[in-house]
Design a protein around this ligand. Structure first.
Ligand SMILES: *Cc1c(COP(=O)(O)O)cnc(C)c1O
Length: 363
């Protein structure tokens, strides 16, 4: 048991990860009830959750939410595999592992695609996108990642979206690690998941789409379970997921939404995460660590730090922190040695300060 962790707020270990992340005891307690998927308990719950998610996305009435069983990648796979028609062309912007995951999805599904790649430290350039779209009329859809969780880098999704609009192409953003903690730009489809900035537990993900864009996806899907239009049409008609819904996870998620609104929505959550990030980064810098991403491109979601020396042994650093109740995250940058510390989840500067003290002790 860790002395400084108030027992009523969380479990035995504090997660400084990009999800699953530290949740409140009340969210975990909400998992306890059994509900029938056919029952109105579940139908009403799903409906409230879909409406709340659309509200968080801006609440415009042309938006609609389609949840999917599974983790965030399932929602990304559903939207890519359903939005792009057989004779379409997908341009994927990549500057990290999650952009690259979209490339793997496109390859696995046989989607016609091309890739615009930037180094992992650099945000995508709207002017370069403008040029690519002007030169290639076969591109019908553009997909990019908002917060690249590989590094914590933020891409300029609004400016990229203006370019996509100008060329009248369709726009898909992976907002999985930023949804709930940043205002989200307009797009045809955005994705999110239960266990990131809304602070639920893992088990489902969601797509928020323009209604016309989901309708246009009918018949495109390369998968039965991950058919965006199929899942959406079934939800619209029956109020139910097509296949077994993650009932307990949905109950916990509704509690997480209540706590999200009680805190003050996107703005308040962003403010807490920003404070977490500031305290973390000041402390880490003081301890001799340098962030991989330049401050002007760094998000308040997660931060990648370079190994302080060539001899740095991440495994033993990790294990010693774990022994004190702190779970950090390995790096994912392809050509630099980094590790990551997330500042999302039910944590505030007290946990960050405790983590910094532990890092100081184990160094
Ligand atoms: C977490 C995350 C995903 C989904 O990852 P899963 O392991 O499937 O939950 C996708 N994109 C981004 C940017 C993410 O941070």
């Amino acid at each position: 048991m860790i002395a400084f962790v108030p027992e009523d707020r969380r479990g035995r270990r504090v997660l400084f990860t990009p999800g699953p992340l530290t949740t409140t005891r009340t969210v975990r307690d909400a998992l306890r009830d059994d509900i029938g998927s056919w029952d109105n308990d579940c139908i009403a719950l799903v409906s409230r959750i879909r409406t709340s998610l659309v509200d968080i996305a801006g609440g415009r009435d042309d938006l609609t939410c389609t949840p999917f069983q599974g983790s965030g990648s399932y929602a990304v796979e559903a939207v890519l595999g359903s939005a792009v028609p057989r004779d379409g062309g997908l341009l994927i912007l990549v500057n990290g592992a999650y952009g690259q995951r979209m490339v793997y999805i496109a390859e696995a599904l046989g989607l016609p695609h091309r890739v615009m790649r930037d180094p992992e430290y650099r945000p995508h350039d709207p002017a370069a996108l403008d040029k690519t779209l002007a030169e290639d009329p076969e591109i019908t859809h553009v997909a990019c990642v908002h917060c690249e969780t590989t590094t914590g880098l933020l891409n300029p999704i609004r400016e990229l979206g203006l370019v996509v609009d100008k060329h009248r192409r369709r726009y898909i953003i992976d907002t999985i690690s930023s949804f709930g903690a940043y205002p989200i730009a307009e797009a045809d489809h955005i994705t999110g998941t239960a266990n990131k900035c809304i602070e639920g537990v893992p088990g489902f993900a969601f797509v928020i789409s323009r209604r016309a864009a989901v309708e246009a996806a009918a018949g495109n899907a390369r998968s039965l379970s991950l058919d965006l239009h199929g899942q959406w049409a079934h939800l619209e008609k029956t109020g139910q997921f097509r296949f077994t819904p993650p009932t307990h996870v949905l109950l916990a998620f509704e509690q997480a939404l209540v706590e999200f609104q009680a805190e003050g929505g996107v703005e308040a959550r962003a403010a807490r995460y920003r404070d977490n990030h500031r305290v973390l980064n000041d402390g880490m810098t003081r301890l001799g660590f340098s962030p991989f991403i330049a401050p002007e491109h760094q998000s308040h979601i997660i931060t990648a730090y370079r190994f302080p020396t060539d001899e740095f042994d991440f495994r033993s650093f990790y294990d010693r922190l774990r022994g004190q109740g702190f779970i950090i995250y390995p790096g994912k940058v392809t050509d630099a040695d980094t590790f990551r510390i997330g500042n999302i989840g039910s944590i505030d500067r007290r946990e960050i300060e405790a983590l910094l003290a532990a890092i100081e002790r184990v160094m």
